[in-house]
Design a protein around this ligand. Structure first.
Ligand SMILES: NC(=O)c1ccc[n+]([C@@H]2O[C@H](COP(=O)([O-])OP(=O)(O)OC[C@H]3O[C@@H](n4cnc5c(N)ncnc54)[C@H](O)[C@@H]3O)[C@@H](O)[C@H]2O)c1
Length: 437
């Protein structure tokens, strides 16, 4: 990737478009409104709270990331979105039951103003939902045009200078890359023919790319990770990122597994189960949607542990992932991990992790960071897959033929080095010999 020569100023308004205004999207919106009113801290967002070391450790130069690279500030953000139900962001947030009443009441007026545009909904991709607030069009190609029209109208009406989009819609059924995804022409043709390989999420993404709006996919379904999308992103100078927000159990996996591997501890089994009762859980109760999630969750350990290099330590690993829809739990997910590991001479040990997390509380800062960093990427003229944003994803997108980096700490190093590289600051290798010369 070519190093940016300059980064355009973040002045003006940045519109954040979220297709899918459910628990994650509304928690993000409410959180930003609360944070900018001084009524809450944007905990978990690197763009708001993170720092970056520059130069040698002895230089003591550690600015906040937001002071080091030119980022849009929270008060410059404007939210919009689409959903297949007509609830405004306040109603949807109430329904999601993530944030407490006091928090929602404090920003009620602003949330009520965020009303979803009608969604693109071909129901076969999310069988558990029966949308009522949906567009009608003769073909998928016409659908793309309608979404493009929404984007332009939103930008004009809200006086935005730039836009970014993050897919926060439900997880769609498992589809693999087919001939329709092979090139821009094949995809455009598929849109006109209503090809079943083109899902709702792909229609939003295509419309965004045509409007030069950077796009991130927060769900595990196929959306912008195929050759047609990469070519399109290159042609239209659009940064892309995906896929599947890394929160909860997988976040823990990518923290723990690199640690075991770093110390050459073996793993015989890793059994993960989750209970959750929100709409996401309901959608994932459908086997087709669960399959998409399962693939995304299972890939992580294989890539981190590299069993082909360490057959004695990881060659026999049994890895299972379960998700159970259990209504009483709402958004307060509970993840259980049973890890069977072994040490010196093969002696077995066990570790149990019981993470009582809150899915949307962990996902909201990820959405915010992705929006802020994708906007930065576009102002720096970066386009196509932004691998430096792997930090935020369970199944990071990479260049074809390249395996994804899942280790959270390598991902963070990559992210920070990319920021240094963008502004012409030396990257940091952590070699450290200079202190001993
Ligand atoms: N919360 C997390 O920790 C986390 C982590 C990784 C991935 N995700 C993914 O993020 C997405 C959002 O999660 P959530 O908890 O907010 O789910 P949610 O069910 O609360 O919200 C999803 C919203 O998308 C809407 N929707 C579905 N199809 C749509 C379409 N075609 N157009 C517009 N809107 C549509 C639904 O009506 C719903 O309001 C899910 O795909 C989930 O798997 C979440």
């Amino acid at each position: 990737m070519k190093k940016p020569t300059s980064i355009r100023s973040p002045a003006g308004k940045l519109g954040i478009l979220l297709p899918g205004m459910g628990a994650v999207a509304t928690t993000t919106m409410a959180g930003v409104l609360l944070a900018r009113a001084g009524k809450g801290l944007p905990v978990g967002a690197l763009s708001q709270m993170g720092t970056i070391r520059l130069g040698k450790r002895t230089d003591k130069r550690v600015p906040k990331i937001s002071e080091f690279v030119p980022l849009a500030g929270l008060d410059q953000l404007e939210f919009g979105g689409w959903d297949i139900f007509p609830d405004n962001a306040f109603e949807a947030a109430q329904h999601a039951r993530v944030l407490e009443r006091d928090h929602l009441e404090a920003v009620k007026g602003e949330l009520e103003q965020i009303r979803p545009m009608k969604g693109v909904f071909y129901p076969g991709y999310v069988k558990r939902l029966h949308g009522t607030h949906i567009k009608t069009a003769g073909t998928k190609a016409e659908m793309v045009e309608q979404v493009r029209d929404d984007i332009r109208t939103f930008k004009r009406d809200r006086a935005c200078d730039r836009l970014v989009a993050v897919w926060c819609g439900s997880t769609e059924a498992f589809i693999t890359t087919g001939p329709v995804h092979a090139s821009v022409d094949a995809f455009e043709d598929g849109l006109r023919r209503d090809d079943p390989g083109i899902s709702n999420a792909q229609i939003y993404a295509w419309a965004c790319m045509k409007e030069r709006v950077p796009f991130a996919n927060g769900a595990p379904n196929l959306c912008v990770d195929f050759p047609a999308a990469w070519d399109m992103a290159r042609e239209y100078n659009v940064p892309l990122a995906g896929k599947d927000f890394k929160t909860g159990q997988t976040l823990m996996k990518t923290i723990l597994a690199p640690g075991f591997k770093a110390r050459m501890l073996g793993l015989a089994g890793w059994y993960s189960t989750n209970i959750l009762g929100n709409r996401d859980g309901e959608v994932l109760d459908d086997p087709d949607s669960f399959r998409t999630k399962e693939v995304s969750k299972l890939g992580v350990l294989d890539h981190i542990l590299q069993p082909e290099l360490y057959p004695q330590l990881y060659g026999e690993l049994v890895h299972k992932v379960r998700i159970d829809y259990y209504q009483p739990r709402g958004d307060s997910k509970e993840g259980w991990d049973n890890i069977d590991l072994f040490g010196w001479l093969g002696y077995p040990m066990q570790m149990k992790v019981n993470f009582l997390c809150r899915d949307s509380i962990l996902a909201a800062p990820v959405v915010l960071d992705l929006a802020i960093f994708l906007d930065l990427a576009q102002r720096a003229d970066l386009r196509g897959t932004q691998e430096w944003l792997s930090f935020y994803f369970k199944s990071p997108m990479t260049a074809p033929g390249l395996y994804p980096e899942h280790d959270l700490f390598i991902q963070l190093m990559k992210l920070k080095n990319t920021l240094r590289w963008m502004v012409g600051e030396p990257t940091i290798s952590h070699l450290g010999t200079e202190y001993y010369d």
